[in-house]
Design a protein around this ligand. Structure first.
Ligand SMILES: NC(=O)c1ccc[n+]([C@@H]2O[C@H](COP(=O)([O-])OP(=O)(O)OC[C@H]3O[C@@H](n4cnc5c(N)ncnc54)[C@H](O)[C@@H]3O)[C@@H](O)[C@H]2O)c1
Length: 443
């Protein structure tokens, strides 16, 4: 049977006679061969005469040295290193080198970023300013994001904000419209996007209980798919990625104050789980992209933050109390008012986020103000600042509301050289001025 199916060998196939004009074709090619070999002989004897070969070799050496040192060659190389074959084509924008990106060179991503940066032709002579970075801020039209954008633009970087305006407002960024280093893109992070940047600050996610409970499925989608999309982008382009996680990952903590080593006490099936568990998953994804794909990640666990541009009616305790006191309404205290929180002014948080992004450590890092206040104490400070005649109204506590929350920031102090500077009594009046202005505009 085997013999019946036996195919002619390759040699046999080559020996099969071809059609009739083969011989005329071979005689033409023989003539061509003779012509080209006589050309080669005369070229070689020309080169050997009067050391011309030496000159040709020297010329080739100089040309290849120029080619290897040219910035264009390096930028092409870096673009090649950014595109992985499994990820298809992508839009390539100019990338910028930042020395801080070269520091932790242990990961795959850092190697490609260093190649891109180091060879980008943007070597900075000692003593001169760092070249600007291209940075994406997701959720940049929100409360924290817009303050972060202010800081990044003020230091000379280029910023692209991605926001679906669920809780964010164009008003928070309107002062940057017309700045050529600023771009605002209406985009939902649940969908992928192609951009080339050096750093990604991933903030997109509704942060107040009123907003994240409004559509819990969307909240968890934002946390999981949105974070996956941004990590995928970071992997593809070799960008550094910072996740804004939350103190909510500690749930209703059994350890006080909370250190980063504490794994938390979280209800996985409660009404707040879309946010708490969503952020915990986002942290897991970040670490898996770091370990598995070499993405340079940074994780911040943010504790309660307040300041200008917070949503007026987002149900967060500071904005609630301030808006109610300004409207001459009683301040609503849930439960007995003895549950504690720490309150961080937004500029302190932004400084911490930037220190984390620029530093060498992955985290997670608690970023919060360790000053601890009960809800009743907070109400007193708001009364002092806004209206001494303001009153308090008690209501039943909400489900899964943590009893205590206070960050241990030893790690951030030691490794990021960061700690908050603004006390509640200093920061609150700044927020009150902003809220008063916006409430008056609404009238
Ligand atoms: N402010 C705090 O006290 C605090 C505390 C812990 C963690 N955080 C985290 O910090 C980040 C910013 O919080 P914030 O207080 O500025 O909240 P915010 O609601 O003011 O800002 C969130 C921004 O993300 C945008 N966004 C929401 N879903 C999106 C989506 N699917 N696609 C694109 N954009 C989307 C919103 O429109 C908004 O502009 C959040 O990730 C939040 O979880 C904040």
């Amino acid at each position: 049977m085997k013999q019946l199916h036996k195919q002619p060998s390759l040699n046999q196939q080559h020996q099969i006679p071809t059609h009739t004009h083969t011989s005329s074709y071979s005689s033409k090619s023989a003539k061509q061969q003779t012509r080209s070999s006589s050309f080669l002989r005369s070229a070689a004897s020309y080169l050997l005469r009067e050391q011309r070969l030496l000159f040709v070799l020297a010329g080739a050496l100089i040309a290849s040295t120029f080619f290897l040192l040219s910035p264009y060659y390096h930028s092409s190389l870096s673009r090649l290193s950014f595109s992985s074959p499994d990820e298809g084509p992508h839009r390539v924008l100019p990338s910028f080198h930042h020395p801080s990106l070269d520091r932790s060179s242990t990961t795959k991503a850092s190697v490609s970023v260093a190649a891109a940066g180091g060879g980008g032709g943007r070597r900075v002579p000692a003593g001169l300013r760092k070249p600007p970075l291209r940075i994406v801020v997701t959720g940049g039209a929100g409360f924290v994001g817009s303050h972060l954008v202010d800081k990044l633009l003020a230091r000379g970087d280029s910023v692209i904000v991605l926001d679906n305006f669920f809780t964010g407002r164009k008003d928070n960024l309107v002062h940057h419209f017309g700045n050529p280093r600023f771009e605002l893109i209406r985009h939902d992070v649940v969908e992928p996007i192609l951009l080339e940047v050096d750093q990604i600050y991933h903030l997109a996610c509704p942060a107040s209980p009123v907003h994240y409970k409004y559509n819990p499925i969307k909240t968890i989608k934002t946390n999981v798919m949105g974070t996956l999309n941004m990590l995928g982008l970071a992997k593809r382009i070799g960008a550094r990625f910072l996740l804004t996680s939350t103190s909510e990952v500690y749930g209703d903590p059994l350890e006080h104050p909370q250190k980063e080593t504490y794994w938390g006490h979280v209800n996985p099936i409660g009404v707040r789980s879309c946010y708490d568990e969503g952020k915990r998953t986002a942290e897991t994804l970040s670490m898996d992209y770091h370990r598995g794909a070499g993405v340079e990640v940074r994780i911040a666990r943010i504790f309660n933050t307040y300041g200008p541009r917070m949503c007026l009616d987002d149900g967060r305790v500071v904005s609630n109390f301030v808006a109610q006191a300004l409207r001459k309404q009683p301040m609503t205290v849930y439960g007995d008012g003895k549950q504690t929180r720490s309150f961080q002014y937004v500029s302190d948080l932004v400084d911490g986020l930037v220190a984390l992004m620029e530093g060498e450590h992955i985290g997670p890092f608690n970023l919060g103000n360790p000053g601890e206040f009960t809800m009743l104490e907070l109400a007193e400070v708001v009364k002092e600042t806004v209206d001494p005649s303001a009153t308090i109204e008690f209501r039943p506590n909400t489900a899964d509301d943590p009893h205590m929350r206070k960050p241990d920031i030893t790690k951030a102090k030691e490794l990021l050289n960061w700690e908050p500077k603004i006390s509640l009594r200093q920061g609150l009046p700044l927020m009150v001025t902003d809220f008063r202005k916006r409430l008056n505009e609404k009238k």
